[in-house]
Ligand binder design. Structure first.
Ligand code: PLP
Length: 375
């Protein structure tokens, strides 16, 4: 092995992603590379599509992993569905809602936004009011806003759109694999995720799913999808049908990794996986409270897999994070945008969501934090 690789020492990844990767997923990544049209590999591709459908609770045929990280999934969903001047509503309460606004704007959509406080959830009544004023081709929201640790009311927003001719797009990058997603029951038409969060696979793939209504909207486009690499109508010919046509060379070994990661979740069982995330989150909140630290987000809308913790007064944000990494090999995340310097983001995603990791972090925090005032 090359000397630079030999110097890598494992880190307990407790930030906003990537999360810790199980050994069997790392092993899957190092299995012999097959050709991207090898029948044995196509069997794995088909199995992944089925695993994704099972875990998303959807019957959508058009469900597959895009080559690229979560942002590629985001671009893929917008670029396939949006044409110039299409009316789009984006619900924003953090960095990733903003990113959706940027992506939709670049495509020339007629973008309206509803902005909510960072650290607070999207309010369905406000969305309802806007929907009564204007009709949209697409409404988009982030399920688990990784920049703030807030869970948005996806099923409630889906109910507002039921019976309307509006596509409902959900960013499930951080939620997928860590909490329930009932894609069909919640009326979600378009969804994208990423591998490096609660799926506990390294970054590099983005599962996406399109409902029949979303697939029909793609078919009905007046103009060509303006991005060749992410054009689902072309990608489909590689992922579907009895004979497969080359589009781009699939990241074969990454797909082995995803297959193994999804297999682990299915073997453990969805309910136990979600319960493990919730239990580990509760343990972290209790332990942080005993240290005198407060959660930034109200308990009613806190994410179990992304814990935003207020940085206590007088504590040096960068120094503590750097000591945790250097001295304890633990990574936690900094705040983003207006929350930079104000919060830490502690990830309990996928394989990381285990009590022993919480204990390890708490012991390390006890060692590096100055004495905190009683609360
Ligand atoms: C909610 C959310 N959406 C989108 C993204 C973008 O994903 P990536 O960084 O994998 O491109 C992230 C990444 O953290 C995210 O948390």
């Amino acid at each position: 092995m090359n000397d630079l690789l030999q110097t890598i020492e494992p880190v307990t990844l407790m930030g906003p992603g990537p999360s810790c990767v199980p050994d069997s997923v790392l092993k899957a990544l190092s299995m012999p590379t097959l050709g991207h049209l090898d029948p044995d590999f196509i069997r794995i591709m088909d199995a992944i599509k089925q695993q994704l459908r099972t875990l998303l609770h959807t019957r959508n045929t058009l469900t597959l992993p895009i080559s690229g990280t979560g942002s590629a999934g985001m671009e893929c969903c917008f670029v396939n569905l949006i044409e110039k001047d299409d009316p789009v509503l984006i619900l924003i309460n953090g960095v990733f809602g903003r990113r959706m606004q940027d992506v939709a704007t670049r495509l020339g959509a007629d973008v309206d936004t509803l902005e909510f406080d960072w650290g607070m959830p999207v309010i369905a009544d406000v969305v309802q009011k806007q929907l009564s004023k204007k009709s949209y081709k697409l409404v988009a929201v982030v399920h688990a806003e990784t920049s703030t640790g807030v869970m948005n009311p996806v099923s409630g927003i889906g109910s507002l759109l039921r019976g309307k001719d509006t596509l409902f797009l959900v960013d499930a990058v951080t939620s997928f694999g860590g909490m329930e997603i009932l894609m069909d029951d919640w009326g979600i038409d378009v969804l994208y995720s990423g591998t490096q969060k609660c799926l506990s696979c390294p970054p590099g793939l983005s599962p996406v799913s399109f409902s029949p209504a979303a697939a029909a909207a793609l078919q009905a486009r007046k103009t060509k999808v303006p991005n060749w690499y992410l054009d689902l109508s072309l990608i489909m010919s590689y992922w579907e049908g009895a004979t497969r046509a080359y589009h781009h060379t699939a990241p074969v070994n990454m797909l082995y990794g995803l297959y193994q990661a999804l297999s682990l979740i299915l073997a453990e069982g969805e309910a136990p996986v979600f319960e493990r995330h919730m239990e580990t989150h509760r343990l972290l909140v209790r332990e942080l409270d005993q240290l005198g630290m407060r959660m930034h987000v109200d308990a009613s809308c806190r994410l179990p897999m992304l814990n935003a913790v207020s940085i206590p007064d007088g504590v040096n944000d960068a120094e503590i994070r750097s000591r945790l990494l250097r001295e304890y090999r633990i990574e936690i995340g900094a705040g983003l945008g207006p929350l930079a310097g104000k919060i830490w983001r502690i990830g309990l995603m996928g394989h990381t969501a285990r009590p022993e990791n919480v204990e390890k972090l708490i012991q390390a925090l006890k060692a590096v934090l100055p004495p905190l005032k009683d609360h």
